[in-house]
Design a protein around this ligand. Structure first.
Ligand SMILES: C[S@@+](CC[C@H](N)C(=O)[O-])C[C@H]1O[C@@H](n2cnc3c(N)ncnc32)[C@H](O)[C@@H]1O
Length: 398
């Protein structure tokens, strides 16, 4: 497949945006007839994540994409009208918007990087997952293949999708969350973990390299089947730590877990009791792009927290996506603002049983996966503890 055409009503994750076309490996069509690709995300265990890897080293937040590179509507993240990078370059770095004599926005483009003239690879400051083609895999010797298996997460995903299928792509927030899990393995060691809106399952797979059980949840049989395949593709990673990933349906718009054995990815009574009896860590990456869904996620978090036997900590990743809106005639980040207001509301919740406290996580921890850790990528923790009763913080990840 040489050329991939994106329709204007589709969205494409920045993670897949700069992947060179010739290195796509289409493996099958999914149940919706969408082409499925196999990407191999390299885990940079003992490497300095610097220029060679495609990710910025040192100050991992310093990477800035060229604003001229990210203006395609298909390249915009879910629900956004323009990319955060583009807005970042014009609005966040003190450059200030420049207007022409009529008051129109004058877009100042940076000069093309010298490497942009090289057709064989992506320009210098574009990063993408390391995707090995079938042929390249075959050329590897046994030793290299064995070591690459330990250092690689294989993820089946689609490329551009309509908004309702965004979970079939990998989003930067999942990679940030995965990096945090690798950085703070102590918080996940031997735990029972629940991921909400897991999509392709990448963060759940990383969590299962240290956790005891990971409930990897989302909605839609097609997506969950893809997620299940990804869990199987990476059993070599999770098997070493003995972690188990269970793919289950958990719809934020429903009050209860589906326990009908006839329904694919439903919950057994044992799973439900294990979930409520043992879960101490909740995860969610990139699920705050639509206000109604954000409300539903927070409602789900609160409902689960009230049903869990133990105190718990939720680790949430979010990308602050900046959009120019006609309504405000300004750059805003409404979905992010709504997320922050939900966090504030949660902290004020006083039902006499649970106390929620919120804390931002400094995202300067090491980067083991290749992606742009832009400044707008954030990680937040929500600590949930009983108001009275035995001090539960000892069993809470902090
Ligand atoms: C932008 S994707 C993020 C996927 C993954 N966490 C990642 O970062 O790569 C948002 C996810 O939320 C899920 N989602 C949307 N509505 C949902 C609902 N009502 N209940 C559960 N999950 C939902 C989608 O299916 C999708 O997987």
């Amino acid at each position: 497949m040489d050329e991939i055409t994106f329709k204007s009503d589709t969205v494409l994750s920045d993670v897949h945006l700069y992947t060179p076309n010739q290195r796509h490996l289409m493996v099958r069509l999914n149940g919706m007839g969408q082409p499925v690709f196999l990407s191999q995300f390299k885990l940079l265990w003992n490497q300095d994540c610097d220029a060679d890897s495609g990710a910025e080293g040192g100050d991992h937040r310093s990477h800035r994409a060229d604003p001229a590179e990210v203006t395609s509507p298909t390249g915009s993240p879910p629900g956004s009208g323009c990319s955060s990078e583009g807005a970042d370059a014009t609005c966040q770095e003190g450059v200030g918007a420049q207007l022409d004599e009529d008051g129109d926005l004058d877009v100042v483009r940076r000069p093309q990087a010298a490497s942009a003239s090289e057709p064989s690879g992506p320009p210098r400051d574009k990063v993408h997952p390391m995707i090995l083609s079938q042929e390249e895999d075959d050329v590897l010797g046994d030793e290299a293949r064995e070591s690459s298996a330990r250092d690689v997460i294989k993820i089946e995903h689609t490329m551009a999708t309509p908004l309702e299928d965004v979970g079939k792509q990998v989003w930067r927030g999942a990679l940030l969350l995965a990096d945090y899990i690798l950085f703070r393995q102590d918080l996940f060691q031997g735990r029972t973990v629940l991921e909400l809106g897991a999509g392709t399952g990448l963060a759940s797979i990383i969590a299962a390299t240290v956790a005891r059980t990971v409930y990897c949840t989302d909605v839609g049989a097609d997506l969950l089947a893809m997620c299940q395949r990804n869990i199987a593709l990476n059993s070599h990673l999770t098997a070493t730590g003995g972690g188990v990933v269970k793919v289950k349906e958990l719809d934020w718009l429903k009050d209860d877990l589906c326990t009908d054995p006839e329904v694919p990815f439903s919950w057994s009574e044992e799973d439900v009791s294990d979930l409520y009896g043992h879960t101490t860590v909740l995860l969610a990456a990139e699920v705050f792009y639509d206000d109604d869904l954000t409300d539903a996620v927070f409602k789900t978090l609160s409902r689960l927290a009230h049903r869990l036997k133990n105190a718990c900590t939720a680790v949430l990743s979010v990308e602050k996506r900046l959009n120019f809106t006609l309504r405000h005639l300004d750059v805003t980040c409404e979905a992010y603002d709504h997320f922050r207001s939900c966090l504030q509301r949660l902290e004020k919740l006083a039902d006499g049983r649970l106390r929620f406290s919120v804390e931002p996580v400094d995202a300067s921890f090491p980067q083991h996966l290749v992606y742009e850790r832009i400044q707008q990528l954030e990680l937040w923790k929500v600590f949930v503890e009983p108001v009275t009763g035995p001090v539960a913080s000892a069993s809470t990840a902090s």
